[in-house]
Write a protein that binds this ligand. Structure first.
Ligand code: NAP
Length: 307
């Protein structure tokens, strides 16, 4: 099947790109491997996306974005892209299940995946106390004590969310200065259920058949080791871009993010990147939709000029 534009990834960047290309009357297909919305879908509450003065849930915002793009004709399918190859000006896309598509232009909006702690017990207790999604798993921990690892926006915002269920939330950060936005920090410092453990890293997660029981941590300044009794460990230590399947197709930076110019153009003509998968200083929904809009319009211009 031949499309004008194929968008890979259905988060805010991909859905916005699809909205623009569909409104531009380009035959557009979006391929998403899981649920549309991407990381937004697993975010409980969003306060800094303009237009929703009281905030909006990640699930609702994702649905609204999907419906809006679909209204203009964007086709959305589920599938996992395993390879992209070039055939002259055309781009060929292969899915894991054998389906194949061709497109004049591609927009890569594959986002990123949570980084792992890579400590003992993380694998063993994944899904049984170790989680990367507070929205998905928080409600299982009513009146329990929980640990959150990290000091960025995700760790502090999701730590705050977890206080809805848990009795106590320990936010364990490897430095003594948070990376999270100041207003989020202020809310966390004022929350009596949140306790910060500074200059510390997790070393080992222990538990039994029923799940996590404790987390061993080490203070990097004093070398002191200690153990926290917790029923869950929520990991928010950043993300890795989903670019492994690209295998040399476009230039990546040293951290494997796609390098683009201001038109979202990658190093390969007709292939664009948008959202968190792109090398850029600020990763937000607001910047992802901006990238998506630019990538969509750039793809339209490329097709006009080259086909
Ligand atoms: P992030 O900003 O990269 O923060 C990751 C945190 O984990 C940092 O505090 C880092 O410590 C710590 N860390 C990294 N590796 C670690 C390790 N091996 N062990 C222990 N700690 C480790 O990631 P994020 O919070 O997920 O945010 C990702 C992007 O999304 C950011 O651009 C963020 O602003 C954005 N975001 C925005 C919002 C919002 O605007 N509402 C919400 C969520 C995310 P150091 O500080 O020492 O490096």
């Amino acid at each position: 099947m031949v499309y004008d534009v194929i968008i890979i990834g259905g988060g805010p960047a991909g859905l916005t790109a699809g909205l623009y290309t569909s409104r531009g009357r380009l035959k557009s297909l979006l391929i998403e491997k899981a649920l549309t919305g991407g990381q937004v879908m697993t975010t409980e509450w969003i306060e800094n996306y303009p237009g929703f003065e009281d905030g909006i849930s990640g699930a609702e915002l994702s649905q609204k974005m999907e419906k809006q793009a679909a209204r203009f004709g964007l086709e959305i399918i589920q599938g996992s892209v395993v390879n992209i190859s070039l055939n002259g000006r055309m781009k060929e896309i292969a899915l894991e299940d054998g389906r194949q598509y061709e497109a004049k232009s591609i927009i890569l909006a594959t986002g990123s995946n949570p980084r792992l702690l890579k400590i003992e017990g993380e694998d063993t207790f994944r899904g049984r106390g170790v989680s990367y999604c507070a929205t998905c798993d928080g409600a299982f921990f009513k009146n329990e004590k929980l640990a959150v690892i990290g000091g960025g926006d995700s760790a502090v915002e999701e730590g705050l969310f977890l206080t809805k269920f848990a009795d106590a939330v320990y936010i364990i950060h490897r430095r003594d200065l948070l990376r999270a936005a100041k207003c989020v920090q202020e809310r966390a410092f004022a929350n009596p259920k949140i306790k910060f453990i500074w200059n510390s890293i997790p070393e080992k997660i222990e538990g039994d058949d029923r799940g996590v029981k404790s987390l061993h941590i080490k203070n990097l300044k004093t070398g002191e080791q200690s153990s926290l009794e917790v029923a869950g460990v929520f990991v928010y230590v950043g993300y890795n871009p989903n670019t492994a399947f690209l295998r040399g197709l476009v230039d990546l930076n040293e951290n494997n993010y796609i390098i683009t110019d201001e038109n979202m153009s990658s190093s390969t003509p007709g292939i664009y990147a948008a959202g968190d998968v792109r090398a850029k200083p600020l990763k937000q929904i607001a910047t992802a939709v901006g990238d998506g809009a630019i990538a969509g319009v750039s793809a339209e211009k490329y097709i006009e000029e080259n086909f």
